[in-house]
Design a binder for this molecule. Sequence first.
Ligand SMILES: [Zn+2]
Length: 284
Amino acid sequence: MKLIKRLAICLIAVSLVFLIPFNRIPPLLTEAEAQVKHMVSPSPAAPSPSPANSRKMPDNAKMVKYPENGLPVLMYHSISTNPKNNLCVSEEQFDAEMEWLYSQNYYTLSMDEFCEALSDGASIPEKSVLITFDDGYPDNYKAAWPILKKYDFVATFFIITGTVETSSGMTWEQLKELVQGGNSIGSHTVHHHDLSTLSEAQQEKELGDSKKILEDNLGINVKAICFPSGKYNESTLRILPTLGYKVGVTTKGGDARRSDGQFTLCRIRIFGGMSLAGFKTKFQ
Ligand SMILES: [Zn+2]
């Protein structure tokens, strides 16, 4: 019976297609006909979700090798309004900064692209920037990601694995969505301890466990570490390559130059309340 009904609906659909002249406004459709019309002319297929890191670099961009004088690596923390804490950048400020980068045709690198340019000599667009977020606040997903998406931008989120699924961190589902959207995830250790105060064995555990937890839960390869409070010592630098890390970022100010060392790269801290004019000076 269902089959006969479907066949009848299809017949109506076909006759509708042939009977309605293109230059005549079609009569109002009954609900059943509307349903049929919907069946015969489905809306265009939704684009299949692009796998992480499959973005194409812009065709018209001038491609260059990693610049000797470095690249801007922006350091954000929370995207929220808190005038008492200048690590909190408001949504409005963040949006204005991303809008300006977009208007200037900046390309936001994934961590893979950044690593390949830094270590393997891969070419990148001349106007490239790496956007990073420390601490993995829930607002990174709720406030920052929608703004990044609006400009087709991606960022690297440095996660304290001990806070995932707590009120001060994102959930694994949210992190998976960020990865699916082309963003990169780096380690910010398990407990956010000052690494320079820990023994070599404790450091190895903080750096190794956080990397493995992120990789196991997200199905990714974690290449980057961000030192809690920017602190590290000789042991840290010795351990990192043995665990498979490729890049380390500090809180020292300035562009990220290869000459600083791959594990001790500088970043540009973006403060809450920084003017857009002040932001622009970081790109001169
Ligand atoms: Zn931190």
